[in-house]
Design a protein around this ligand. Structure first.
Ligand code: ZN
Length: 463
């Protein structure tokens, strides 16, 4: 086969240990991936791919792991940004400088600086989509920074709520006067802002997309929840919210709204595959039955379940639900205390400690194809499949972690837990990281600016 019969590609990745994220064709070793424009045009055994494709650029993966970009389905920008800020997450509202005061004191310059640093950080761990669950005030600055760095993100209205009575009673440190001033408990404000974010999706190539987000945990009335769900359906985007994190929220939601969790979501028409509920730690048999029947996406945060000790007597249902066809993805929620990627390993151990161990490969799929489904982009992202957008990660070739595993599931576990350094990242067909360094922007300058803005903010709040 020569010349005219060859198909053309922009990039051909060869000599890869390719895990596709597609359970029907999971693995090629040595494998190759062909990319043209922003799309994956070929995936397969290296020899077949080499005889089929002529590429303007060939990347030799050197035997390294090649996989679809991981998708983090619950990561607050503010938690991401305050690494190294001079306060402890445990100090609450006792000091002037705390998590809530920092969250409310941002401006476009600060958010732009943090977002760029966050973009570098997610890439270095093999993640290509940053799902911000409705806590960024300056959404344009966030979107602009992510786009400049070449990283995908999803963004929505900040603090989508219209009734704060439960929070004010139980977690007052989370709703300071400043936060309420910037994000009033007002249904109109929330819906209008969601619409504004969803307008980003008019450009089908936009790296940053909008969706519908409510804060959740009983902070939205039935009316707001119904309207938000309707907007998500009409706009063809996911509806996402925090739900059933700790027992007191479930109890209070039941007291105020008459029901809670999956039962309430079902009553409000929200329990379907277009909805993703984050946490879902405290569930009873009725919730489980409804989830199995209606298949909403679940965004599991095992590190926070462990951190807040939402463990027995509350059963960890995720392995059971996952084995029975529910789409479960992972998120670290607040990276101030939990680094990105840790959810894979902790999810596995948490499941094992509850008597129903996940398969070692499950966290990989939870962070690729299941995650893509849970953010509403399962047809475009989440696996190395012909026709999908080209978001591809190549790990370092000579890392001992890769060599030490004897089977594929072990490799997938270390891969999905960010144990193996990242070399190259391609997003939408564009190389955005090479040799572990950002290609789109000056990474050192980004980090220096993020530190400078963090310190300026801390000084301003302390005085
Ligand atoms: Zn959260």
């Amino acid at each position: 086969m020569e010349g005219t019969q060859m198909k053309t590609a922009d990039i051909l990745i060869v000599n890869g240990d390719v895990f596709t994220g597609d359970r029907r064709k999971p693995h090629y070793r040595p494998g190759a991936v062909a990319i043209k424009d922003s799309i994956i045009v070929g995936v397969g055994h290296e020899s077949e791919m080499l005889s089929s494709y002529q590429a303007s650029r060939k990347i030799d993966a050197g035997g390294a792991l090649v996989h679809p970009g991981l998708i983090e389905t619950h990561l607050h920008m503010t938690g991401m940004a305050y690494h190294g800020a001079p306060f402890s997450p445990q100090t609450g509202a006792k000091t002037k400088l705390n998590y809530t005061s920092l969250k409310a004191a941002t401006n476009p310059t600060i958010t732009a600086a943090y977002s760029a640093a966050a973009a570098c950080s997610v890439l270095q761990r093999g993640f290509t989509l940053f799902f911000e669950p409705g806590t960024v005030f300056e959404t344009d600055a966030f979107a602009e920074s992510m786009t400049k760095c070449g990283v995908r993100a999803m963004v929505s209205a900040p603090n989508g709520w219209d009734d704060l009575s439960t929070y004010e009673e139980y977690w007052p440190h989370m709703v300071s006067e400043e936060v309420k001033k910037r994000a009033p408990a007002d249904a109109r404000r929330v819906i209008d802002q969601c619409k504004r974010e969803i307008a980003r999706n008019k450009d089908e190539n936009a790296l940053v997309r909008g969706y519908v987000c409510l804060y959740g945990e009983g902070t939205a009335t039935d009316d707001l929840t119904r309207e938000a769900v309707k907007l998500a359906t009409e706009s063809n985007v996911v509806f996402w919210q925090h739900q059933s994190f700790v027992p007191e929220f479930v109890r209070e939601e039941k007291k105020k709204r008459g029901d809670s969790g999956a039962v309430r979501m079902h009553r409000l028409g929200a329990l379907n595959p277009n909805t993703t509920l984050a946490h879902m730690n405290v569930l009873d048999e009725e919730d489980i039955e409804l989830i199995l029947l209606n298949k909403p996406g679940l965004s599991w945060c095992p590190n926070n379940a462990l951190g807040y000790r939402v463990t027995p007597p509350h059963k960890c249902w995720f392995p059971y639900l996952y084995k029975n066809g529910v789409s479960v993805s992972l998120g670290v929620d607040t990276t101030l205390i939990h680094p990105i990627g840790i959810a894979g390993l902790l999810g596995l151990y948490l499941s094992a400690s509850f008597g129903e161990r996940l398969n070692d490969a499950d966290p990989f799929y939870m962070q690729t194809i299941d995650a893509a489904n849970n953010v509403g982009l399962g047809d475009k992202l989440g696996s190395l499949t012909v026709g999908k957008r080209a978001d591809v990660v190549i790990r370092e070739a000579r890392d001992i972690t890769h060599l030490s595993w004897r089977d594929d599931t072990g490799i997938l576990l270390s891969l999905s837990s960010s144990m193996i350094p990242v070399d190259t990242v391609i997003i939408d067909g564009r190389i955005v990281m090479e040799k572990g360094r950002l290609t789109t922007m000056d990474q050192d300058a980004i980090l220096a600016e993020a530190i400078r803005q963090r310190d300026l903010l801390a000084n301003r709040l302390s005085t």
